[in-house]
Design a protein around this ligand. Structure first.
Ligand code: AMP
Ligand code: MG
Length: 335
């Protein structure tokens, strides 16, 4: 082996990846989720390494439970203004805009309610009506004051960016990869998939949509899209024969029960897809369709609790039901 090969090999080993033409695949756990980054191109190893570091940084800043995160500090600020990093401020501004546009179906101040159901700690319980009514007085995204990078939360108001953080992470990863000259990558962050460019051979990425009962229900071909699923099956508990999922309807303070098993949003940006997937799951199919007709810069996949599937018309040619779901009727939702 020539002398010049060694430094290259060493660099590749340090990056944890085999050869420049092979993808670099990195698995990690962050933001309470199993994540896989698959990056192609000569700088794939470097990109995956920096990508992991970015995910760790976002987790450390956005966690609701880590005591030195920006969100934790804001939630314990006793009504005083706290400075945010520019990146967190940008995320929060976009999240608040989504809260407004979904008329509070997404509400980033839902945390006290999420916590009381036990979704933060895993100590699940069904809170009393009176307790929920009291907690709901603290839930109102319009009371969040964000002026530049300065955040003020009134006493008792607490933030949880869990509904948008992974989408934001997907967007940030895409930006990072682009800055390193990467044109082909796919990032799986739990129920979020961010497909950058196409596959290295120029074909679209194939993204699987999970079936609520396990396995896959469908496949979707996309390029340069975020594909984000919110599903009742992703996190839930059962008590006295009833299932309670982790997505809360802020109007009721209770887990959403809208007849949907999941809703998948396909959009250009991860943060939008993520915020909307949570909000549209809360809204249910009818309101979600109305929202789609009104906005139209994204597409939807609905899997119903009744086993039915529907997609908005923009996905008609790139969506196929799969496995157990293959022979079920697929409804196309038109504008
Ligand atoms: P996702 O998996 O993106 O649908 O986000 C769900 C997570 O967001 C939950 O685990 C909660 O932490 C939080 N959450 C639940 N319901 C809401 C809601 N209506 N608005 C904002 N965040 C929510
Ligand atoms: Mg979401």
């Amino acid at each position: 082996m020539g002398r010049r090969i060694w430094p290259l090999l060493l660099a590749l080993l340090l990056a944890g990846c085999a050869a420049p033409e092979e993808p670099c695949r990195r698995e990690l756990e962050a933001m309470d989720t199993y994540m896989v980054l698959t990056v192609y191109g000569p700088r794939a190893g470097e990109a995956a390494g920096q990508g992991e570091a970015l995910l760790r940084e976002l987790e450390a800043r956005l966690s609701v439970t880590e005591e030195d995160s920006e969100i934790y500090r804001a939630n314990h600020s006793g009504g005083e203004p706290v400075p945010l990093s520019e990146d967190t401020a940008r995320l929060l501004a976009q999240a608040l805009a989504l809260c407004e546009s979904t008329e509070g179906a997404l509400d980033v101040t839902i945390y006290p309610v999420v916590r009381s159901w036990g979704f933060t700690t895993g100590a699940f319980r069904v809170p009393e009506e009176a307790e929920l009514a009291r907690l709901l007085e603290r839930v109102d995204y319009t009371r969040v004051r964000l002026e530049g990078d300065s955040l003020t939360l009134p006493e008792g108001v607490e933030l949880d960016l869990g509904a948008v953080a992974k989408g934001w992470a997907g967007d940030r990863l895409t930006e990072l990869f682009r800055s390193l000259g990467i044109t082909s990558a796919i990032v799986e962050l739990g129920g979020n998939v961010q497909a950058m460019g196409t596959r290295p051979d120029g074909e679209p990425w194939r993204v699987a949509v999970q079936a609520p009962e396990g396995g896959y229900a469908a496949a979707l071909e996309v390029a340069d899209k975020a594909v984000v699923t919110s599903g009742g099956y992703q996190r839930y508990f059962q008590q006295d024969g009833k299932t309670y999922c982790h997505i809360i309807d802020p109007a009721a303070g209770r887990p959403a029960e809208s007849g949907l098993a999941s809703v998948t949003v396909v959009a250009d940006r991860g943060v939008r897809a993520d915020g909307l997937s949570t909000a549209l799951f809360v809204m249910g199919r009818e309101r979600a369709e109305a929202y789609w007709r009104e906005h139209g810069d994204f597409e939807l996949i609905f899997l119903g609790e009744d086993g039915g599937a529907a997609v908005t018309e923009g996905l008609e040619d790139c969506f196929t039901l799969y496995g157990e779901w293959e022979d079920r009727p697929l409804e196309i939702v038109r504008r």
